[in-house]
Design a protein around this ligand. Sequence first.
Ligand SMILES: C[S@@+](CC[C@H](N)C(=O)[O-])C[C@H]1O[C@@H](n2cnc3c(N)ncnc32)[C@H](O)[C@@H]1O
Length: 219
Amino acid sequence: MQAQDRISAGQAVYTPFTLNVYDYVVLGFSNRFLWRCPTSKLEAMYDRNVSDDHLDVGVGTGYFLDKATWPVEQPQITLLDLNANSLEAASRRIGRYKPETFAANVFEPLPTGRKYRSVGLCYLLHCLPGAMAEKAPAVFDNVIEVTEAGGRIFGATILQGDAQRSVAAQALMNFYNRKGIFSNSSDTFAALENVLRERFEKFTTRRHGAVVIFEAQKA
Ligand SMILES: C[S@@+](CC[C@H](N)C(=O)[O-])C[C@H]1O[C@@H](n2cnc3c(N)ncnc32)[C@H](O)[C@@H]1O
């Protein structure tokens, strides 16, 4: 597959139908029983990091934005995704916050025209083609450009490499990689930590099963 086709494959699975079942299948079942990272750990990550002016990249159904405890009653929320179905589903879900939306590819400079105090990248990296050492620098550099000094950049991704996985989890991950839904066959914890270390003085990582949660602060 060409690079552009592989980027497209990482978002093409998010149709209105798959988005309707995503919360049950991924957040309800796979997180707990296959990836071994209960969704409550990701909800807690959002609660620790969201600000009153938040950009979310790779928004899916908007589940975490809906459930998050925001520091103000009416946070400004901006949604950015390559897939129009995801943007539509997430903006409908959090319509009460009147989010702004951008249809854009995270591999290109982000077209928001301004900076944010927090940026979420939950379950985005494992959908993006390329080894961690190739894709993560491009993504973090684009995100850092639109983050205020002192702002939070956080998210989670599903790893392979030395990550603990059952036979069922390996089988599903292999299937997703063959289809281009995931591209994480070369994604290791060490490679992600290197990318974070090169860019942030302050960052933390936590591992739960095959998932790593990362939380960083722009200097
Ligand atoms: C697995 S979903 C994650 C949804 C949500 N953040 C969550 O954790 O439940 C990945 C999202 O990333 C989007 N995406 C995939 N490739 C992208 C790219 N190159 N640029 C921007 N968004 C992308 C998909 O369309 C999808 O909405």
